[in-house]
Design a protein around this ligand. Sequence first.
Ligand code: ADP
Ligand code: ZN
Length: 604
Amino acid sequence: MQEVKSPKKPIIYYYIIAIAALLLFNLLAIPYMSRAEIEEVDYGTFMKLTEQKKIGQVEVRDNEILFTNKSGDRIYKTGLMDDPDRTQRLYDSGAQFSQEIVEETSPWISILLSWILPLLIFVGIGQYMYKKMLEKAGGGSNSMMFGMGKSNAKVYVKSSSGIKFSDVAGEDEAKENLTEIVEYLHDPKKYTEIGASMPKGILLVGPPGTGKTMLAKAVAGEADVPFFSMSGSEFVEMFVGMGASKVRDLFKQAKEKAPCIVFIDEIDAIGKKRDGQIGGNDEREQTLNQLLTEMDGFEGNNGVIILAATNRPESLDPALLRPGRFDRRVPVELPDLKGREEILKVHARKIKVDENVDFNKIARMASGASGAELANIVNEAALRAVRDNRSCATQQDLEESIEVVIAGYQKKNAILSDKEKKIVSYHEIGHALVAAMQTHSAPVQKITIIPRTSGALGYTMQVEDSDHYLMTKEEMENKIATFTAGRAAEELIFGSITTGASNDIEQATKLARVMIARYGMSDTFDMVAMETVNNQYLGGDSSLSCSADTQTRIDEEVIELVKKQHEKARTILKENEEKLHQLSQFLYEKETITGTEFMSILNS
Ligand code: ADP
Ligand code: ZN
């Protein structure tokens, strides 16, 4: 294991400055601090000065005489001579007999004054400044430094969080998984007696905003133990060596407070695969190494449970996933329909909502939304209600908020030209009509041609009856046909095509590609997978693992598949051209058409 470099440079700096200042101080200040130097004179001079009445104070000691001039700014000394009437003469000259003429400062006091005291002052200042500097740099003090005190950093938010499992809606599987941890934290003895050891590290894996942080806090809340949290990205921004020492600090504190939860968010920021590149990120590797050392260093049963969250599990260094480290994985997926409804209800409890609100409908409209997005939708609805001076959020507020959160805010002053508006209307109705005519496609909920800041000109909201876990080949083909239908409508009505279909093209292609390369839905390749998914939770990018020749054939198949569905869409639209006109005209005039309006026109 690598030895961690401590940031030595700054300290040495301060010591050099301190020593330099000390020398200067001695050179300039000390002479003024002690009294004038004592001048040694012969006895004759003493007698002469006595005679001339120039002596201020005098002190006769065992073997010497100390005296000053009249103004007292010079001190002299001379040896003691046998001189019987000296006292009388001194008295006559007006000298004052004194016991307090300062000879020399005692040697240890002078060392203390001239060296140790300034040294202490300068070291103190240096340390203070260094500490300040660290704090400014986003860190806290460093326990390694000067071997002093504990960290007073804010990095570890220690809270009794108060969040419970009941605050986390849906995610039943994840909760079930974590219940065991809660029980262990409640009563570790029960486990140690039997010899069972808890996993030290648990990895919460899932897309952003699905409640991973909440779950970690809820574990701490349920078990009523301290919660230390830290984000992986915080480590990497700091000086070299700081990340590692912070990890050490964190674990030191955690061990003192055990049983407790340590939560590391975005662990991929430090736990990325070490790629063996030259000049890689030293800081990150040191931090990672320190984390591994800490995890290996403590026993499984000391009551510290480490939870970590990531949305890119595949990019984690395998060393982190080895037994004894993060060897348990808890998936935290996007909520399903039921989960979405529950999450909406949990958040709706925090605001005033109209009692007629149909949460199931909202949940169905917000297919694919994460917990964080749903929370946002509810909050948007409340804001909208306030803006419009309503006392509670209504169904309409919520529905509108879905669009706001998912499709961006309505662009109030973006103006489409008349021609553009017409094209967009036909394009969107094209999608909806083809979707509706194919039995397996979801019915249309609402179409609007009010432009959004997201850049989408039209927007078709589809409601899925329930969540699909399996899709048939036919359903996927129909989806492709629906994607191509916008362009098909443009072709059919205007005889020319626009750039408005770029997103459709992308999605149709993606779908066709996964059908062939991932799901084995082509006759040519049968059940041979040709791609590997690299990133399951963020977009799901994948790479092809097949010969160049096969890649060419895949491309050909993809093109053929999309072409065929595009043709199918054109045919459907041609057969229903009258409805296409009717519906598009309605949308063009009203700018919005609901699913009900759509279906009633279609069936009229
Ligand atoms: P993650 O850590 O997975 O990115 P968070 O736990 O930070 O997500 O969630 C962000 C916010 O989203 C939470 O504060 C909460 O308001 C909301 N949220 C997410 N998932 C849920 C859920 N399952 N139940 C209730 N609220 C949720
Ligand atoms: Zn389109």
